[in-house]
Design a protein around this ligand. Structure first.
Ligand code: ATP
Ligand code: MG
Length: 332
């Protein structure tokens, strides 16, 4: 079975609907047909300052949410990135093969550093796409299920894989991004020109999976739309409304065309009200399962330990090939 790999940062107490619809749902869908490796990107999380206690807790919460949404730990390796040293080790080798200008072209760094001022952003935030390339290439996966915002990083990953393969010897498989067009970019409820984001969205712009369902319903009802009254899908001119249709369709399974037809002649309020119900029905059992899993820390830690053992086995093998090909004198 070809491998599939992806990661998510423990930078909030809860994942949000952008994470779920853009990426995590595909993780669940691909795990049966692939050999899956899913990691919690704690090394990436510290590219911005984190409170140690909070980071540790969020890593467990992330694991619990993955299991609650249907990632089966018996089938999928679920692990913390920091528990597999080869990520950082290969990351260094790849940093030495990346041009400074090439790294500087990454738009996510521009976005994320703009907030703090480029001068005070960490060097880790700058080099994070290269570490991400290492995360991926170690497992030689066929697919990397991610949202649209990761497309550029996947291209860098492929470039670096190709560069290494041609400079030394074929070592890495060129991974393909697995991006679902419809849900690749879920936008912020309050600012539909920007993606919904754990670290950048305001609380009212983001629907968290672990929010109190009543709070989520309220956020949906006050989502920013537009000044027209007609319900139709138009991501350019009506990004707020189209986002609501996208979320509804993705969770309920009803097509956007059918929603548009059914809501013809209705106001935005009616659509919001129904979407709020759809979301509440979806998050309520998810939230209950996650909170129950969080009661048993030993079990969660065991899942992470098992996942790390499986990941280390694969990652160490790849790293050994890399070290040997680069010319390091590895003791037998
Ligand atoms: P941060 O703000 O800390 O970067 P994030 O919300 O962007 O957090 P990540 O952990 O960086 O979340 O990304 C996890 C996965 O979710 C990635 O595959 C990413 O592409 C996807 N993703 C994140 N936001 C969205 C979104 N708004 N729409 C679709 N996919 C998304
Ligand atoms: Mg992100």
């Amino acid at each position: 079975r070809p491998r599939v790999l992806s990661g998510i940062q423990p930078t909030a107490d809860s994942f949000h609907f952008g994470n779920y619809l853009g990426a995590l749902r595909q993780w669940v869908g691909l795990q049966d047909s692939h050999e899956p490796f899913f990691f919690i990107a704690d090394l990436h999380a510290i590219t911005v300052e984190q409170e140690p206690k909070v980071l540790r807790e969020r890593t467990r919460r992330a694991a619990a949410q993955l299991v609650a949404m249907g990632i089966d730990p018996a089938q999928s390796a679920i692990f913390a990135q920091s528990a597999v040293p080869a990520h950082a080790q290969l990351g260094w080798v790849l940093q030495c093969m990346t041009g400074f200008g090439e790294a500087r072209r990454m738009t996510q760094f521009k976005d994320k550093s703009a907030k703090q001022g480029e001068g005070s952003a960490s060097v880790g935030l700058f080099t994070y796409p290269i570490l991400q390339a290492a995360d991926i290439l170690l497992y030689r996966p066929q697919y990397v299920p991610v949202g649209e915002d990761q497309r550029q990083h996947l291209e860098l990953t492929r470039d670096l894989a190709q560069r290494f393969n041609s400079r030394y010897k074929k070592t890495f498989r060129l991974p393909e991004p697995y991006i679902l067009k419809e849900t690749a970019k879920i936008v912020d409820l309050q600012d539909p020109t920007r993606k919904m984001s754990k670290s950048a969205s305001s609380p009212s712009g983001i629907i968290d999976l672990l929010d109190d369902p009543k709070v989520s319903a309220k956020k949906i009802r006050s989502a920013v739309t537009d000044s027209e009254a007609e319900i139709r899908f138009d991501a350019e001119d009506k990004p707020g409304l189209s986002n609501l249709l996208t979320i509804h369709s993705a969770i309920s399974g009803e097509s956007i065309d059918s929603l548009v037809e059914r809501f013809a002649g209705h106001g935005y309020g009616d659509l919001k009200k129904e979407l709020a119900e759809v979301v509440v029905d979806f998050v309520t059992p998810f939230r209950d399962t996650t909170l129950a899993l969080l009661e048993d820390r030993t079990h969660l830690d065991q899942i992470l330990a098992d996942g790390a053992a499986r990941a280390n086995e694969v990652a160490e093998r790849t790293l050994r090939d890399v070290y040997e090909r680069v010319g390091f004198a590895i003791p037998a």
